[in-house]
Design a binder for this molecule. Structure first.
Ligand code: ARG
Length: 569
């Protein structure tokens, strides 16, 4: 991979004693304004090590840099060494590299032989798949693709919330007010309605809560009626989730949810006991975390039943034994941060050194009209509804702009769904987001459809070139790409591998999402300023090389955030 920063830092390091190449590499900055160079070394950072004033360092370095192919000239400006690259060399190396790498541009094998477990989506059975779960699904799916691209072997787990006291409530409600026909027709909506009704009625009649508890105990003890209703609720829910996953193009390698661990917790509780970690507290069994500044982690309730944390601890040990993961990543709302910190600590106290490989990847809350989402009150917007509206709207636009487009329904799906995923991945994940129909359905500006549209525009140019027999044959003269738009586009394309790495290291897909908008904008600036299919063959070839490189980068980037890159829209 051609990394100009690497070459420049090597050169500089050879001129400075006491500082190694990596340090210089990390110090090199990209100046805010291209007139200040393509790279800059802030010499005040070296001042203490070299015991010289920054201005002096910049001056000495400027004088010491020999003629070389990568650098056109250097300037020292108030303690900064501003470096101007040899543009033609740079463009040549970057574009040649991208075109040669093709679909693998930006990838690496840094993850070879390492397993990454990603726990994402994980909706709760019999509850709707709403915009909150979209975030976990979209972030987890993107991380999966990014890690895979970097050579890791990923195991995507949908840790279904398929166990817990809510099933006692649901069974109670179903037996009292539900019927088979209504559930078969209304599916999750009907189950949610029953759940909501349970809470309304239980406020008036608290004895319903006891009844629900009893049903849950029966479920735990394997009562046949309770179990078959529970299984049925899971079936119905999964069928509906599957529709959403198909639309989103998201897959999992395992659906082992909470109930999978029912019969695996006992040995873990025993282990906690043997390691002297369990304490009695008001009849319950806890791991005390006072010295770690956290409330205790509940392992067993006073009635002997297990909890969310008990299952997570058990599941983590199981995953370590099964997948021997390098990292195990959990994507959930920030409201669960304490939960993860607590049981990660318990794993540490159990003496498992791999506790440091557990990562919670939290995201901000999603609200609707300023209110929290809550299944109980019915304040949810179903994802399926959002996706179908977005698809419908995209189709309307296609009918207007390009009514003869082949497979327009498929394209409308890819762009409509793309718009929703993209807007979800656009903000820093920790930021709270407020759901609004207007925003989700507004495709102007910094959106998925904008990037997809730009990609299709690049494809269209390449198609036209091919049709006219003016296809790029590989060779191009980079010195002809001499405008600032062309240089800027090459520079941003060169930054792609680094962005992928940053997204991976920070577990933050939004780094790529934003980057793609920048690439699209730079591409469109270039496209508007310059004709590509010009008569001059050499110039045409050079520009086609640039278009091809941009097209590749856009399509790879879109794929990494979970979007399709249709070639015609
Ligand atoms: N089912 C949970 C929820 O919807 C998320 C589960 C996250 N994963 C985990 N291992 N705890 O809030």
């Amino acid at each position: 991979m051609f990394d100009v920063k690497l070459e420049v830092s090597n050169l500089l390091a050879s001129k400075i004693s006491d500082v190694d190449q990596q340090q210089i590499y990390d110090m090199l900055e990209t100046p805010p304004n291209p007139e200040m160079g393509d790279l800059a070394l802030p010499c005040f950072k070296l001042s203490r090590i070299l015991r010289k004033p920054p201005v002096q360092i910049a001056q000495d370095l400027a004088a010491a840099i020999p003629e070389n192919e990568n650098i056109e000239r250097v300037e020292n400006v108030s303690g900064y060494l501003n470096i101007f690259l040899n543009k033609s060399q740079f463009i040549n190396k970057v574009l040649s590299h991208i075109l040669k790498a093709g679909e693998t541009y930006g990838s690496s094998d840094m993850g070879k032989g390492k397993n990454i477990v990603i726990d994402y989506s994980s909706p709760n059975i019999a509850k709707p798949f709403h915009v909150g779960h979209l975030r976990s699904t979209a972030i987890g799916n993107s991380l999966y693709r990014i890690f895979e691209f970097m050579g890791y072997n990923c195991i995507g787990i949908n840790y279904l919330g398929d166990w817990g006291t809510q099933f006692g409530k649901l069974i109670t409600a179903y037996k009292k007010w539900g019927n088979e026909q209504a559930v078969k027709e209304g599916l999750i909506k009907e189950l949610v309605a029953l759940y909501v009704k349970f809470h309304q009625e239980a406020e008036k009649d608290p004895s319903l809560e006891d009844e629900a508890r009893q049903w849950f105990v029966r479920l735990e003890q394997g009562d046949e009626e309770a179990r078959s209703l529970w299984k049925w609720f899971i079936e119905i829910s999964l069928e509906e989730y599957q529709k959403v996953y198909d639309l989103l193009d998201v897959k999992f390698d395992s659906y082992n949810g909470e109930s999978f661990f029912n019969d695996k917790m006992e040995p873990v509780i025993k282990e906690l006991e043997e390691k002297g970690l369990l304490k009695e507290s008001q009849g319950a069994r806890i791991v005390d975390l006072e010295e770690d500044g956290m409330p205790p982690c509940l392992i067993l309730k006073s009635d002997g039943s297990t909890l969310y944390a008990t299952r997570d601890i058990t599941a983590a040990i199981y995953r370590k034994n099964t997948y021997n993961f390098d990292k195990c990543i959990y994507v959930t709302g920030v409201s669960q941060s304490l939960h993860f910190r607590q049981w990660f600590k318990v794993i540490e106290k159990m003496g498992y050194e791999w506790h440091k490989d557990l990562y919670h990847v939290p995201f901000g809350t999603v609200s609707i009209g300023g209110e929290k989402l809550a299944t109980r009150t019915g304040n949810v917007v179903l994802l399926e509804e959002i996706l179908s509206k977005a698809i419908e709207k995209t189709l309307e636009t296609i009918e207007l702009k390009n009514p003869h487009l082949e497979n327009k329904h498929e394209v409308a799906k890819q762009m409509g769904v793309g718009a929703v995923i993209f807007s979800d991945l656009y903000s820093n994940r920790i930021k709270d987001v407020s759901f609004s129909w207007d925003e989700v359905l507004n495709f102007d500006g910094e959106t998925g459809p904008y990037v997809q549209y730009t990609h299709a525009r690049a494809c269209s140019v390449l198609r036209k070139a091919a049709d006219a027999g003016a296809e790029l044959d590989g060779a191009f003269d980079s010195s002809l790409l001499s405008s600032k738009e062309e240089y800027q586009l090459v520079k941003i394309l060169a930054g792609f591998p680094d962005k992928v790495k940053q997204a991976l290291e920070n577990l933050e897909p939004s780094i790529l999402t934003r980057y793609l908008v920048d690439v699209a904008q730079d591409f469109n600036r270039f496209y508007h300023e310059h004709s590509i299919l010009v008569d001059d063959e050499a110039l045409r070839n050079a520009r086609l090389a640039l278009v091809q490189a941009a097209k590749l980068t856009l399509s790879i980037g879109l794929r990494l955030i979970g979007l399709h890159a249709p070639e015609r829209v």
